[in-house]
Ligand binder design. Structure first.
Ligand code: B12
Length: 341
């Protein structure tokens, strides 16, 4: 429902919590514009639906209304060329587009592009590894070459984080709705997947804590990691960046996760931090929790190898590891093959 720019009579009746006959009556009375398909079915444009809801003070759940408004903003912000790239699922070109928007400080376009990409490309691993990471690496290069100021780099990162958080909230809302209806969140978002629930032993999805170590502020990848885990049916406890190890340990005691995912970007881990990391790793091992570590400069400090149960360079590697070692939902796998074929 609601992933396109058009509504059927049934979808509109569900949105407004009325019967289909009422919707037909509204349409016949001219209260809401529509057109008829060759088959004779009424179709309502998103713009007209929002207009109708506004003018007639129709009560719609706030999160649904926000989602519709976001869809409208997205539709308005993107040019035809970008729409074509989205339809083709050309992530390389989409990544270039994202970088172009970010470097041009085009916030609504960047946000629209990310939200549409999440709608069309049902794999967070693909979106983060192939679209967001290359765009942000380009930002990093420009900053290194002094072609971008620190302030601009901060503005751009905030734009990305904000856009991802909006998409994350949207995804989680669908997740909750999906749980209530007994289908997968991906089915809710994309409407065309078989919503397999986590099977086997893992009827209650196990918890994953997502974090960055103390003094690590780079958080964008961690957001991707958390979304990948969520989309596989895990219960994610997002602790966030730069968390002191002692607080992290309290969080572990509280949530008893099966896995901890940690993102490390800064290349040099100083000796005291490294020792604390090792202590934390042993703390987890004693509690039977697995530690998965990833990040672009992982293993750069040859003298102090960062040990973990699994070390990943990409979100795709994480996804593969989780699929091979845990009982996860099959929804994304099917989605991936649909997109990448
Ligand atoms: C944005 C940014 C910042 C922001 C971060 C804000 C935020 N909210 O995240 C701010 C401005 C705070 C910042 C600060 C600094 N930054 Co900075 N930053 C960047 C920049 C431009 C983008 C990072 C990013 O968002 N990448 C996008 C993500 C999605 O890509 P990714 O990190 O590669 O992650 C992918 C994989 O690595 C993997 N992955 C990552 N983590 C994990 C975890 C798991 C479990 C798994 C499975 C996979 C995985 O999956 C991701 C998707 O593919 C990079 C440039 C770059 N090359 O990345 C520099 C960069 C990382 N920063 C750098 C530096 C030097 C700094 C500072 C030291 C600068 C300073 N002098 O103050 C500080 C350090 C702050 C700190 N204490 O952490 C250097 C790091 C060099 C090094 N070898 O350590 C870089 C590379 C810039 C450069 N070219 O020199 N930075």
């Amino acid at each position: 429902m609601m992933s396109s720019q058009f509504f059927s009579t049934r979808e509109l009746s569900e949105l407004c919590a009325v019967g289909e006959t009422t919707v037909k009556r509204w349409a016949n009375m001219g209260l809401i514009k529509y057109h008829k398909t060759i088959g004779g079915h009424r179709k309502f444009k998103l713009d007209d639906v929002l207009d109708f809801i506004n003018k007639n003070h129709i009560r719609v759940a706030p999160e649904l209304l926000e989602r519709l408004q976001a869809q409208k903003r997205a539709a308005e912000a993107l040019d035809l060329n970008t729409e074509i790239l989205l339809v083709r699922g050309d992530v390389e070109a989409l990544s270039e587009k994202l970088a172009e928007y970010l470097l041009g400080f085009k916030k609504s376009e960047a946000e629209a592009l990310l939200s549409k990409a999440i709608e069309r490309i049902p794999s967070f691993a693909v979106i983060f590894d192939q679209m967001i990471a290359p765009a942000m690496h380009r930002v990093g290069h420009l900053w290194c070459e002094k072609k971008l100021s620190i302030t601009d780099e901060h503005i751009i990162t905030n734009m990305v984080v904000e856009a991802i958080l909006r998409a994350k909230i949207r995804y989680e809302t669908s997740h909750q709705e999906a749980r209530a209806q007994g289908v997968s969140a991906l089915t809710m978002l994309y409407g065309n997947l078989d919503g397999a629930a986590p099977k086997g032993e893992r009827k209650n999805p196990s918890a994953i804590v997502c974090t960055c170590p103390e003094s690590e502020l780079h958080e964008v990848a961690l957001l991707g990691v958390s979304l990948v885990c969520e989309s596989l049916g895990f219960q994610v406890r997002y602790v966030g960046a730069a968390v002191p190890f002692k607080d992290l340990e309290s969080a572990i005691e509280e949530h008893q996760p099966e896995i901890v995912c940690m993102s490390i970007t800064n290349g040099r881990m100083r000796a005291p931090l490294y020792r604390r990391y090792e202590q934390f790793r042993k703390f987890l091992a004693k509690r039977g929790a697995k530690l998965i570590v990833g990040g672009q400069f992982l293993g750069e400090t040859k003298s102090r190898p960062i040990q973990a149960d699994f070390r990943a360079k990409t979100c795709a590697e994480l996804e593969q590891y989780l699929r091979e070692n845990f009982d996860v939902s099959s929804a994304t796998r099917e989605a991936n093959s649909k997109t990448l074929n």
